[in-house]
Design a protein around this ligand. Structure first.
Ligand SMILES: [Zn+2]
Length: 147
């Protein structure tokens, strides 16, 4: 992404992006065009996580490619509705979406790639490791458990 491209963004600033640890030239402009759409659809503030762009250790290679973003919603705007975030992320053009719950708060991974994937990651408290599972559940399995 270039400085000119960043300055065309309505919601995100160069400072916010570089504060994650990322170098702006490593981040794809298309990622932030989609993040701007997501911000519009959510109609609330998005906070980028430290190491949530191209830096840090990630299982998803899209981070290194500059087309993935980890974020949370500013709690001052109200409770986070993870399902609404998921739907808005689809509408914004993301097809790799992870919903994370750390025992106290939600955070999200969004990316675009040739293949879609959706997942849920949970942990009971800070310091625990993430447990990964399917975001979409088999309704037959849900029903069997309910019986
Ligand atoms: Zn991520």
């Amino acid at each position: 992404m270039t400085r000119a491209e960043i300055s065309s963004l309505e919601y995100f600033t160069e400072e916010e992006i570089t504060n994650t640890g990322a170098c702006i030239s490593d981040v794809q402009f298309l990622l932030f065009q989609k993040m701007e759409k997501l911000r519009t659809y959510l109609n609330r503030r998005i906070r980028l996580l430290h190491n949530g762009l191209t830096t840090g250790t990630h299982a998803s290679r899209e981070h290194r490619q500059g087309c993935a973003c980890d974020f949370y919603l500013d709690p001052r705007d109200g409770k986070t509705d993870y399902y609404f975030v998921f739907k808005c992320a689809i509408d914004a053009g993301f097809n790799k979406i992870g919903v994370y719950w750390n025992g106290t708060a939600y955070s999200f991974h969004v990316a675009f790639s040739t293949k879609s994937s959706f997942w849920l990651a949970t942990k009971k408290k800070r310091g625990d490791s993430w447990t990964f599972g399917a975001l979409l559940r088999d309704p037959a399995e849900v029903l069997n458990r309910a019986i």
